[in-house]
Design a binder for this molecule. Structure first.
Ligand code: MG
Length: 303
């Protein structure tokens, strides 16, 4: 369907080009006004090649093309003198034609543009019909024009002696997430949301925890790599929304720094990243302070 729309667009564009070319290239010789006696002199000297006679309400307008010099002249003659003039013109070998009422340039332009306007209108109509058809038939927007949403989730156990890294910053606390890397649940869930939206697998596909290279790794590296993959697929990050679930410590005061850190890693404005915090109301492992988890939804748009 998009190919058909493209073809219609190019047809309309070509017609528009031809139209403009015709308008620009049309020969428009200047017309000199001359008195009736001067005009008669030109006729007498066989200078007039052809004459167009326009009958108007109270007089007759005559536009003539001269043999030499090559230009147009115009004069006004009374109805009483018209037959005489016509006779002189024919005797001098000029062709004589009665023409329709003269039209101003804008009328001519409008008349010329009318078919083009009709064509553009028809093309727009067809395009609307096609779009309607797509909706009715349950078709889909082409993948390269799709905005996409991805979801990510991560959970890590909290252990004493580990740094508590959340959203790219370290928080003062006596426990931190156990894990192969730094265990940043926000970064990991965010990475999965981005990869999911781009249909690029998950964090384990790109950074397997069996690879010693990622042991203790800064999770911001994962985000930087995800951003590179999105660039290759010509996808941009429109918005990220996250929920972090942790019993203690309070995360809210650290959100501005986290958003800045995540924004830097992804090379997007911090304003595109939204963070929220929840506790688990003392329930289950998170509620007992034994784990931290995060959910992230990311929206990507084509660039
Ligand atoms: Mg993880």
């Amino acid at each position: 369907m998009s190919a058909a729309r493209g073809i219609l667009f190019w047809i309309a564009l070509i017609f528009l080009g031809v139209m403009l070319w015709k308008l620009v290239s049309s020969e428009k010789r200047p017309v000199d006004s001359v008195s009736y006696s001067d005009f008669l002199q030109l006729v007498e000297n066989d200078k007039v090649r052809e004459a167009h006679i326009y009958l108007e309400a109270n007089s007759v307008s005559v536009v003539a093309a001269l043999r030499s010099p090559s230009k147009n002249v115009e004069t006004t003659v009374s109805y009483g003198d018209l037959q005489d003039l016509k006779k002189h013109l024919i005797e001098s070998g000029a062709s004589v034609e009665y023409a329709n009422t003269k039209q101003s340039d804008w009328v001519l332009i409008l008349l010329n543009a009318a078919p083009l306007l009709l064509l553009v209108g028809f093309c727009l109509f067809l395009m609307r019909q096609m779009r309607g058809g797509i909706g009715r038939s349950g078709g889909s927007v082409p993948l390269n024009r799709l905005s996409r949403t991805g979801i990510g989730y991560d959970l890590h156990r909290l252990e004493e002696g580990r740094k508590l890294i959340v959203g790219g910053i370290e928080l003062p606390f006596d426990k931190g997430p156990a894990g192969h890397s730094d265990g940043d649940v926000v970064a990991h869930a965010l990475c999965d949301a981005l990869l999911g939206a781009a249909a690029l697998g998950d964090i384990g596909t790109h950074f397997p925890d069996t690879d010693a290279k990622w042991k203790g790794a800064d999770s911001m590296l994962f985000l930087k790599h995800a951003r590179k993959l999105l660039d290759e697929k010509k996808l941009a990050i429109e918005h990220v929304d996250a929920v972090v679930i942790l019993e203690r410590p309070k995360l809210g005061p650290h959100f501005p720094n986290m958003r800045e850190a995540l924004g830097r890693a992804l090379d997007v404005e911090a304003a595109r990243i939204h963070l929220k915090a929840k506790t688990n109301e003392g329930v289950d492992a998170i509620g007992r302070g034994e784990a931290i988890a995060a959910y992230v939804v990311a929206t990507l748009v084509p660039r």
